[in-house]
Design a protein around this ligand. Structure first.
Ligand SMILES: [Zn+2]
Length: 136
């Protein structure tokens, strides 16, 4: 599986992740599903109780972006979050809350952006399969 990522988006995610250390940064990904492409990223407040080890996207961002995306003919195709401990793979906690809905999960870790998709019987944590990100 390959996802196209619009120019500047990866740089935006890396900068957001760096600015939130030691907390996890998070936000939404807007784009299209067929073919899978990430057009833009919307940073959100991490409202998790323990933002150093988990993330929860501010529900008000989710609500407003659903509306905004529809207006532009885009969809929320997934979200991103960072791992300040630099582990590139989804954690067990990530797997526990991911449903097998094909949503895109980007993880920013160790100065790079790693693509994953939540599926049934994924190779990682039983829930995630890798997605190659292609500039485009
Ligand atoms: Zn995580």
């Amino acid at each position: 599986m390959i996802a196209k990522i619009a120019s500047g988006v990866a740089e935006q995610l890396l900068a957001h992740a760096a600015s939130e250390v030691p907390r996890e940064a998070c936000g939404l990904l807007l784009g299209r599903r067929e073919p899978l492409s990430i057009d833009s990223a919307v940073p959100a407040r991490n409202v998790a109780t323990h933002p150093e080890t988990s993330f929860e996207i501010d529900p008000s961002t989710l609500l407003s972006q659903h509306r905004a995306a529809r207006g532009e003919g885009l969809e929320i195709i997934g979200h991103y979050h960072s791992h300040p401990d630099a582990s590139p793979e989804p954690s067990r906690r990530d797997a526990a809350r991911a449903s097998e809905n094909g949503q895109l999960w980007l993880i920013i870790a160790g100065g790079a952006v790693h693509g994953w998709r939540a599926v049934a019987n994924g190779r990682v944590q039983g829930r995630f399969t890798p997605v190659a990100l292609e500039a485009g």
